[in-house]
Design a protein around this ligand. Structure first.
Ligand code: HDE
Length: 682
């Protein structure tokens, strides 16, 4: 009999699981000592095609040339229709055990149980080769290889979605992606069709507010929250149910890029987030997140404090239902091959385990169809679960047969149930006592209609809640983002209509955006009472862990630099010396360095180099701590930076820098950066 929750034995088995084994080169494949064709024929030459004489035409009979080129021609698979740009890593999830009160899912309920995971982070709109730092929602998809089967938590870094019903997904994506005539703009929402759609389709308003917030430009994947978005139903060992929302809380805190910084980075290093993930893991500076759940009673009306839990455009403020940590995720291993692992991983909301069920959220219901369907064209058929990255660590015996890319040699004649011929080899249905997935019985009734519940009609109150919850600096960033994006629209009518939407959320925000666009601010009906949720705020007084941060020293690889490197390395911070030319100990030259790759900069030498002036001015504008050692004072003066400005650290040591990095940015400087006063040197 199979246990319902993984026993130590099951765990032992999992450690020698097919997934782990599969990561080694498959037996017989790519292991020979000689270069061969795909059929194993040894090849003496792969650099010259077979020709009629050295100057003659190539011969059709050259099977090696044709096999090599044909395989190459088919190396790419279709990119994901959304979330095409992403990168991933392996990790371990360890359960705290406290979730046992609400779920029987072993990977959550069994204290100390470690489960292998693969996480894929992504942007939504851009093509596979687009830049990482564009303004966009980020995907946060996690596959747990549990002993009871794979469980996929396919979430985003924003807790709400643009639409309430899956049937609108093609509409919102067609509107948000590039215009189909010219396939521009790439990976961004600052264009007519997006704003046309969301200004007409006001249920998108709450998500639009998140997309215009700093959450849309994360500093790294390490510093993002993740959300399951939908409400799920958890079931415990006694069969009791609760409604929950899943949250990932980054141990490093939630931090963002400045908008200008994000734009520069998109050109200077389009792989910024991907690189950070891979480099951090290589350096042993693992990304860490806690999984948390908000637990709400499974009431008949599926609401909580008046919030409809089936509406994916609504959050439950943490002040009403605290996020309870139930386990920890550590990303600690880079994939070996991007295509085989990151590109071929297939997530699906229907990959569930006993103890976790879906609700009737109409967006979630549609996703249950879409994710399986999309793999058929992306991965070329129904056998994608056999790909190493998608294999379950739990034993599989599914009775599926044949199909494209079938790699199992099934034996016997029986692939059906019931049967009397399979004998002990054949699979038998598993009841709940042996871990079979049995749905909690729930009454389903209703007339056949195309309609939403009345509560779904409130499109503005939570957008207002979100705006009101932000710090003034974050609010300003949102005003700037709306103004930037709407000013990129060609159609005046779209801008005006969107201002009309904003007016139903917040009057002050509307006035500021309208002023930026040079348009009159329309009147609306914003909610009269809004209770802010401080938990939504990014900028607080907290000091965060600084592992993975980068400090640049404009100077030389001297003793002082070496001492700082040593001291900050202990906290996981990388210190890079930027010198006029390369040499031992120099990681960046004046020509190759740009501000965006540093969280703080120290001017340690006197220079008037123009690129260093730009670097310092950008660091200043992006509110980064700037240190001064010795003659660096002159360099800051050359860059037009006031030594008395907030966050200019005179003669800083490792502790001073660590404290400044822990606050992420010098927030006290930001008010000085308003248009009139900004840009030192400009
Ligand atoms: Fe997805 N989504 N989605 N989505 N989604 C896909 O599946 C879809 C939605 C999310 O790293 C696709 O394998 C529909 C919400 C992530 O591989 C596709 C609807 C949320 C990823 C698809 C939604 C997400 C996807 C494309 C509306 C946050 C990347 C390739 C009903 C909770 C997963 C693929 C990865 C990917 C469909 C809405 C997150 C086409 C129809 C809401 C993180 O199946």
């Amino acid at each position: 009999m199979e246990p319902t929750v993984p026993s130590p034995k099951a765990k032992e088995e999992a450690e020698t699981s097919p997934v782990k084994e599969s990561l080694a080169p498959a037996r017989g494949l790519q292991t020979g000592d000689y270069l061969t064709t795909a059929q194993g024929l040894r090849l003496p030459d792969t650099d010259h095609s077979l020709k009629a004489g050295p100057r003659g035409p190539s011969l059709l009979e050259d099977f090696h040339l044709r096999e090599k080129i044909t395989h190459f021609d088919h190396e790419r698979i279709p990119e994901r229709v959304v979330h095409a740009r992403g990168s991933g890593a392996y990790g371990t999830f360890t359960a705290y055990g406290n979730a046992a009160s609400v779920t029987k899912a072993g990977f959550l309920a069994e204290k100390g149980l470690e489960t292998d995971v693969f996480v894929r982070f992504s942007t939504v709109l851009g093509s596979r080769g687009s830049a990482d730092t564009v303004r966009d929602t980020r995907g946060f998809a996690v596959k747990f290889y549990t002993a009871e089967g794979n469980f996929d938590l396919v979430g985003n870094n924003m807790p709400v979605f643009f639409i309430q019903d899956a049937i609108k997904f093609p509409d919102v994506i067609h509107a948000a992606k590039w215009h189909p005539d010219r396939e521009i703009p790439q990976a961004q929402t600052a264009h007519d069709t997006f704003w046309d759609f969301v200004s007409l389709h006001t249920e998108a308003t709450h998500h639009v507010f998140w997309a215009m917030s700093d959450r849309a430009v994360p500093r790294s994947y390490r510093t993002m929250e993740g959300f399951g978005v939908h409400t799920f139903r958890l079931v415990n060992a006694e069969g009791e149910t609760a409604l929950v929302k899943f949250h990932w809380k980054p141990v490093a805190g939630v931090h963002s890029l400045a908008w200008e910084e994000a734009q520069i980075t998109a050109g200077v290093d389009p792989d910024f987030h991907r690189r950070d993930l891979a480099d951090s893991i290589d350096a042993g500076l693992f990304y860490e997140f806690e999984l948390g759940i908000q637990v709400m009673p499974d009431s008949d009306d599926e609401t909580f404090h008046g919030i409809d839990l089936l509406d994916p455009t609504k959050i439950v403020p943490e002040e009403l239902a605290p996020v309870q940590p139930v386990g920890k995720l550590v990303l600690n291993r880079n994939p070996d091959n991007f295509h085989a692992e990151t590109e071929q991983i297939a997530f699906h909301l229907g990959h569930l385990v006993p103890g976790i069920e879906v609700t009737n959220d109409p967006l979630l219901q549609g996703r249950l169809f879409s994710y399986l369907d999309t793999q058929l064209s992306r991965l070329g058929g129904p056998n994608f679960a056999q790909l190493p990255i998608n294999r379950s660590q739990a034993p599989v015996n599914d009775n599926h047969r044949d199909g494209l890319h079938q790699s199992v040699v099934h034996r016997g004649i029986v692939a059906y149930l019931p049967n009397s011929l399979a004998g002990p080899e054949g699979p038998v249905p598993a009841g709940p006592e042996v871990g079979g997935y049995v749905n909690v019985p729930k009454m389903v009734h209703g007339e056949k209609v195309r309609a939403n519940p009345v509560s779904f009609a409130d499109h503005y109150s939570q957008a207002a809640l979100f705006y009101a919850s932000l710090s003034p600096i974050e609010q300003d960033h949102m005003v700037e983002a709306f103004t930037f994006e709407l000013s990129k629209c060609y159609e005046q009518a779209i801008r005006e209509r969107m201002l009309g939407v904003l007016a139903n959320v917040n009057t002050e925000l509307t006035a500021k955006v309208a002023a930026g666009l040079g348009l009159p601010a329309p009147e609306g009906k914003p909610p009269l009472e809004v209770t802010p949720s401080p938990a939504l705020r990014q900028i607080t007084d907290r000091v965060w862990p600084i592992a993975g941060r980068v400090v640049g020293i404009i100077g030389a690889p001297d003793k002082q630099a070496a001492a700082l490197q040593k001291a900050l390395k202990a906290q996981g911070v990388v210190v890079r010396v930027i010198a006029p030319v390369g040499g031992p100990g120099v990681e960046r030259t004046f020509q190759t360095a740009r501000s965006v790759e540093f969280d703080a900069v120290i001017a340690a030498t006197a220079t008037t180099d123009l690129q260093m002036m730009v670097l310092l001015q950008e660091a200043y504008r992006h509110a980064k701590p700037i240190g001064v050692w010795g003659k660096g004072e002159q360099t800051l003066a050359n860059a037009g930076i006031d030594l008395k400005a907030p966050g200019i650290l005179l003669d800083p040591d490792a502790d001073t820098l660590a404290a400044a990095l822990g606050a992420h940015r010098v927030w006290a400087r930001v008010p000085l950066l308003k248009p009139a006063a900004s840009s030192p040197g400009s």
